[in-house]
Write a protein that binds this ligand. Sequence first.
Ligand code: SF4
Length: 352
Amino acid sequence: MFNSFTALAEQQLSGQMLAESEALALLSSPDEDLMDILAAASRIRRRHFGNTVKVNYLVNLKSGLCPEDCTYCSQRLGSAAEILKYTWLRPDEAATQAAAGITGGASRVCLVASGKGPTDRDVSRVTDIVDRLKSDHPGVEVCACLGILKQGQAQRLKEAGVDAYNHNVNTSESHYAEICSTHSYEERVGTVEQSKAAGLSPCSGLIVGMGESAEQLVEAVFALRDLGSESIPINFLMPFDGTPLEGTWDLTPQDCLRILAMVRFACPDKEIRIAAGREMHLRSLQPLALHVANSLFLGDYLTSEGQDAEADLAMIADSGFVILGAGDTGPGSSSKVSIRRRGAGTDAAANA
Ligand code: SF4
């Protein structure tokens, strides 16, 4: 076992692989050690990514109405969550949505569609959108997230100019049957491997806080390491009302930070993204997460609202980071002092 978190970070920086016992020790460490863990994880993050944050932007091309039964998902079969439901956006609508994120600093646009997987016609719809996006924004990276792929579909996406393919394993193989019965963990892994074989950058990550044990969490992270996932979104369960995991609040902000740090120690040079649920689970500790993760989704998620994109950008700048590809815009603030109009001396309720 390691002597200190700094020593463990040095081990990872010298190319040693994190052991299961070390990963479990990170997850079970007391809150009083948290700042030491973050400082050590931050050394690894800065060695590989400096002070940059990669900004990604989600466009939900097709929302809701999925026949699959993933328990965490607001778009699942039987979900009573009151989300937007619509079928495929047209290429011009998708391009308009993507442009908002690119203007906000996103260097990667993630095109997502609900469902088990695309038909060949769906792949054609997406390649039309990619054509449009790449001609409007030649430098932008495009990641597709369309579910489980059939033979040849990854190659078609690659030939159309798609850069990456996202398919999250979400949880460990040993926990998978608890969260979905309509497709298997193996199918998910097969799609990650298929996209990798086609030359797409594999993006695969997790949803944490779904009742998995610490051992299962480590199992899932080590599986992502073995799969060679280049970017690893870490979602924190958003327990939508109207889904089976409604009311599941298993995470503290400190747990979230320990999990992120464990992933950083296990996958030192991979893009680690704070994804859906970061606002409600990390809460006021969100900026600390940027010292471990090097990537985020800007603004809103697939079916829920995130914090304002402006607040995301301010968090990045205030924490001393710069947006990858955008250069250093320097210190400054667009905030103005708000004159108090509530509390003492007014009829409005106080801010407390
Ligand atoms: S995660 Fe994907 S496959 Fe599962 S229910 Fe949601 S949209 Fe469907």
